[in-house]
Design a protein around this ligand. Structure first.
Ligand SMILES: *Cc1c(COP(=O)(O)O)cnc(C)c1O
Length: 465
């Protein structure tokens, strides 16, 4: 070992010395074992840093005195004691941002979560005074909104697909078009989910073309399901053809093999008038004769993470009885948020009250006005230090939904200057609340489409910190 490392290693303090210093000054009484663990981790990482430094100059000013390590221990404990899951301001312009918790819930849904956090009638029938089913809490609402015969809810859409396949097709064949063997976000791949469910995948057609005859020729005694998968996050364009749902429903009826569709997003209202057509509507699919539908609660439906299963009464009844249901069922907080969100569709104004839909349909002119006002405030209150300007950009739906949607927007653009800019971004990410925007060509872009109006003041505070 090079001799210049030795003095640094020798000065590394003993763990109990650091703990002793900390205890003499500490305001909070953390358990002793925690102090030892924190001090050990810090000393270990310092030792690692000394051993791995490529040159002596990289160790200049390394904080290795017992007092300095005790200060780091204080930070370590603060981080541990503070919440890891925090509210953030999403100024990225991506509405269903997977890293930021996908759909943001309506105020009514947030209140419902809070109310259900205590005791609630999760599985108690209050009218009859006997045991109830948690699925009944939202089933009626789902039926009224979609026209389906029966419904149940699980933890997410991946669970819904798994449960349906396992219940209806374990040990038997499921026919899927080659153009629909999709992967959604890394860990959800149709062939793999199929394997995990115990069903056997039968691929038909080609990547770009699948005909009705491809399905009908593949049906035999062992076929349990025809499966259609919405290619949520990509499009095949050019020389293509896919079989229409109505045609598949006809074939399914003729052969007595149920048709299931994984819809991905559960869009309940037509966004065609807002230039966002093309995404299948749940009620349309029910009417077209699909026997079983699955979708996410937290994509275009704008509710909590959940998987909705809608379909024929006898199929849903079998699914509810599957032993796996116990492992995949939603908790009371999810059901509370889902019910409140669905109620908005039933008797409220979803385009105004469901944040995901409001963000999708807000007029660009409104976004321009808000961006100009924010840019002006930022310039004025930073005394010109932050050169905020407004420019035209595009926002994204995200969450693997509507990959082609064009959402014109106006963003507040703030130039980032080298190292200091990178450091500033880090501070914004770690601020309270953390502020996340988009970075493009050394410029921070803040898209107000995904920022609530009452968060704008906070955005200014974060930027000036
Ligand atoms: C998003 C998606 C899934 C996974 O849904 P989660 O709710 O994230 O589990 C499955 N299938 C399709 C087609 C999807 O778009």
């Amino acid at each position: 070992m090079e001799s210049w490392r030795q003095p640094y290693l020798r000065t590394l303090p003993a763990v109990d010395v650091v703990v002793g210093i900390y205890q003499r000054t500490a305001a909070i009484n953390y358990p002793h074992h925690l102090l030892v663990r924190g001090a050990q981790e810090i000393v270990d990482s310092l030792r690692q840093q000394i051993l791995e430094a490529a040159g002596e100059q990289l160790l200049a000013g390394l904080a290795v005195t017992p007092e300095e390590v005790a200060v780091r221990l204080d930070t370590w404990l603060h981080t541990l004691a503070g919440p890891a899951l925090r509210r953030v301001i999403n100024a990225t312009g991506t509405i269903l941002h997977t890293n930021l918790g996908r759909a943001t819930l309506a105020p009514a849904a947030r209140q419902a979560v809070l109310a259900a956090a205590g005791y609630c009638n999760l599985e108690q029938d209050l009218r009859e005074g006997k045991r109830g089913s948690r699925h009944d809490l939202v089933e009626k609402l789902l039926l009224c909104l979609t026209g389906a015969e029966a419904a149940c809810v699980v933890n997410n859409n991946a669970a819904a697909v798994l449960l349906c396949l396992n219940t209806l097709a374990a040990g038997r064949k499921v026919i899927v078009s080659r153009g629909e063997l999709v992967e959604i976000g890394g860990s959800f791949r149709i062939p793999e989910v199929m394997k995990a469910s115990g069903a056997r995948l039968v691929e038909v057609g080609t990547t770009n073309k699948t005909r009705l005859s491809d399905y009908s020729e593949a049906i035999d005694d062992e076929t349990a399901l025809l499966l259609k998968v919405h290619t949520s996050n990509y499009r095949i364009i050019g020389f293509t053809s896919a079989v229409d749902v109505a045609e598949l429903a006809y074939l399914s009826g003729k052969c007595g093999v149920p048709l299931m569709e994984d819809l991905g997003s559960g869009l309940l209202v037509d966004l065609g008038p807002y230039g966002l057509g093309g995404e299948p509507l749940v009620a349309e699919r029910v009417a077209a004769g699909v026997d079983l539908l699955t979708m996410s609660g937290d994509k275009l439906l704008g509710g909590p993470q959940a998987g909705l299963i809608l379909g024929r009464r006898e199929l849903v009844a079998r699914i509810r009885k599957n032993q796996l249901m116990r492992a995949l069922r939603p908790d009371k907080l999810t059901l509370a948020a889902l019910e409140a969100t669905l109620r908005i569709y039933l008797s409220g104004e979803p385009l105004r009250e469901v944040p995901v839909l409001a963000m999708l349909t807000v007029p660009p002119e409104t976004l321009r006005r808000r961006a100009e006002r924010l840019a002006e405030t930022v310039r004025r209150s930073s005394a010109g230090k932050l050169a905020a300007s407004v420019r035209e950009e595009r926002s994204f739906v995200g969450g693997g939904a509507m990959p082609e949607a064009r959402l014109p927007t106006f963003v507040v653009a703030i130039p980032l200057r080298g190292e200091a800019g990178t450091e500033w971004l880090r501070r914004l990410r770690q601020g309270s609340p953390p502020l996340l925007g988009r970075v493009q060509d050394s410029t921070l872009l803040l898209d107000l489409r995904t920022v609530a109006e009452d968060e704008e003041e906070e955005v200014v505070r974060c930027l000036l910190m």
